[in-house]
Design a protein around this ligand. Structure first.
Ligand SMILES: [Zn+2]
Length: 171
């Protein structure tokens, strides 16, 4: 099943909401550029309301919550895998997600805001000197102002995306 996959890969059409247990998955979906609602404090009923209002696909590990969402007419997916990698692979496969990583198309893992390139000069006071000296490309969240670079997080993400691609090929 593949939906919402765009030809260019630049438009991320599917939008998600994750339950409070899926913080890590949320951060990854955002890094991949997928609009993902997350709140660790929201009540179940409120989260369902957000899904309905914004037409979001609910990702949850909770069977009862999944059934409730479906009964409300919300598109939902129950994640039954225990490991993060398998959960991620399951979502990628179910929704035909694009695993190409382009920082300019990413969203902020913290706040879901859009990330854009920024001149080194403009952020050199906001990140450690070592980092400024070690990297050339920097990105900033247009919403919360957090600065990002292609460091460890991005490298581990690229590695896991490659693992998931291999896994899906074998299925
Ligand atoms: Zn942000």
């Amino acid at each position: 099943m593949s939906m919402g996959k765009s030809g260019s890969g630049s438009t991320r059409e599917v939008r998600f909401a994750c339950d409070a247990m899926l913080g890590r998955l949320t951060r990854w979906l955002r890094l991949l550029g997928y609009d993902t609602f997350y709140s660790s404090a929201i009540k179940d009923e409120e989260l369902l309301e957000v899904c309905l209002q914004k037409d979001l696909i609910l990702l949850t590990r909770d069977v009862e919550f999944f059934k409730q969402a479906v009964s409300y007419g919300i598109r939902a997916k129950l994640l039954q895998e225990n490991s993060f990698e398998n959960q991620f692979a399951d979502v990628v496969e179910s929704f035909g997600l694009d695993l190409r990583i382009t920082p300019d198309g990413s969203r902020c893992p913290t706040c879901n805001g859009l990330i854009c390139s920024v001149d080194k000069e403009d952020i050199k006071n906001k990140v450690p000197v070592n980092t400024v000296n070690s990297y050339d490309s920097f990105f900033i969240c247009t919403n919360c102002g957090q600065v990002y670079w292609m460091g460890r997080m991005w490298r581990s993400m690229i590695r896991i995306c490659e693992t998931v691609k291999e896994k899906l090929k074998k299925n």
